[in-house]
Design a protein around this ligand. Structure first.
Ligand SMILES: Nc1nc2c(ncn2[C@@H]2O[C@H](COP(=O)(O)OP(=O)(O)OP(=O)(O)O)[C@@H](O)[C@H]2O)c(=O)[nH]1
Ligand SMILES: [Mg+2]
Length: 361
């Protein structure tokens, strides 16, 4: 699962990428490269911290989200010659989009629009994405209509109908994420990699001067967009500096700026939810670890995330929810209280389940 960071030039995408992934990529080398920056961010989870305190394992491993620092977006790029092939192929490989909009003021950093206005900039990109999808849908429809005239293939007719619905939706200036599709249809349009179908999170990159009014700013901007669009306000440059510090120094540094927690943690958690992901845990004296599965996954799939052998030879999963485990105080007590249960391969994993797989290969 991968999230693409996009935005107008010089909005702080690479700074944010560094902040999220504790990387130290040099700024100023954007410009639609073929091999964009790619790195993982650790998902901060208080539950894993608590489990680690309890089990005192030799190692503890958080789950991660992957970010890729894409560039190549500017006003009119989709309208003029279409997005560059590099941008399209890069963004095709992402599962969601993180859009960075600039709020920070600076004399030195040029704004392509001349003035700072994050709401206008968000609308620019929504517009560009819509236009790009319109072009893709129109092109495919043209070809399909010709094909259908020659052969009345039922699969082609279904695709034609689907794309006509997509086009009508886009012409009403609605993103495809708000179009309800059957699973089969979802599969059909996946190959088009429509940009407005991708889940999207917006990060407003503020300057130090905006820190005091950050919450107000976030609320104010959120109010101006449809409910499904989520916003997080971050001072990317500051947080990129903080991410370079040893973890124990970060809290002190944040406190100097009146902050309790890095806003990047919220970005990462929001990204995780955006992707529809949930965490389950494995625990023990050797290792406590958080794992990722898509919400609604069966126990067999969770087993497969740990090891393919576990999925293949799956017998049973022993499951207790984190909250029940904390209440009981130990695995043995949870078992006694009956909150730790044996589940079959179709058991639907919940966020926060502590799981132990019994398998045989
Ligand atoms: N004053 C100020 N400058 C910032 C802030 N965040 C980023 N910058 C500066 O803005 C410039 C662009 O930052 P980058 O992180 O490289 O932005 P980008 O979006 O990756 O830029 P491109 O990839 O070239 O499009 C750099 O000079 C940063 O130091 C901020 O909060 N305040
Ligand atoms: Mg950059």
């Amino acid at each position: 699962m991968k999230i693409g960071i996009v935005g107008l030039p010089q909005t702080g995408k690479t700074s944010l990428f560094n902040a999220l992934t504790s990387s130290n990529v040099e700024l100023g080398f954007g410009g639609g490269r073929k091999d964009p920056n790619l790195a993982q961010a650790r998902v901060q989870d208080d539950r894993l911290d608590r489990l680690t305190e309890i089990f005192q394992p030799r190692s503890h491993i958080p789950t991660v989200v992957e970010y890729v620092d894409l560039s190549g977006l500017a006003r009119g790029t989709a309208r003029k010659e279409g997005f560059s092939p590099e941008f399209i192929s890069n963004i095709k490989g992402t599962d969601a989009v993180l859009y960075v909009s600039r709020q920070f003021a600076s004399e030195e950093v040029v704004h392509p629009e001349g003035t700072v206005d994050p709401v206008r900039d968000i609308n620019i990109v929504l517009d560009e994405f819509l236009f790009s999808d319109l072009t893709v849908a129109t092109g495919r429809l043209e070809r399909l209509r010709k094909q259908v005239m020659k052969v009345k293939d039922p699969a082609l007719l279904r695709e034609l109908d689907l794309l006509e619905r997509c086009l009508a939706h886009l012409e009403e200036e609605q993103p495809l994420s708000s179009l309800e599709l059957k699973l089969e249809e979802e599969k059909t349009i996946r190959s088009f990699a429509f940009l407005t179908r991708k889940p999207m999170l917006v990060v407003i990159n503020i300057g130090e001067e905006d820190l005091a009014a950050a919450i107000e700013l976030e609320r104010n901007i959120t109010r101006q967009f449809p409910e499904h669009l989520k916003f997080v306000v971050v001072n990317a440059r500051l947080e990129a500096e903080i991410a370079q510090l040893p973890p124990e120094d970060r809290i002190i540094f944040l406190a100097d700026y009146g902050l309790k927690e890095a806003a990047c943690n919220r970005v990462i958690q929001n990204s995780y939810e955006l992707l529809g992901l949930i965490s389950f845990f494995t625990v023990g004296e050797d290792e406590c670890r958080a794992w990722t599965v898509t919400g609604g996954s069966p126990a067999s799939k969770a087993a497969g995330t740990i090891h393919t052998d576990m999925e293949r030879g799956f017998i049973r999963a022993e499951v207790v929810h984190y909250e029940d485990f904390i209440r009981a105080g130990s695995l043995a007590e949870a078992r006694k209280q009956g909150t730790m249960k044996l589940e079959g391969r179709d058991y639907s994993v919940r966020d926060g389940d502590i799981i132990s797989i019994r398998f045989n290969v």
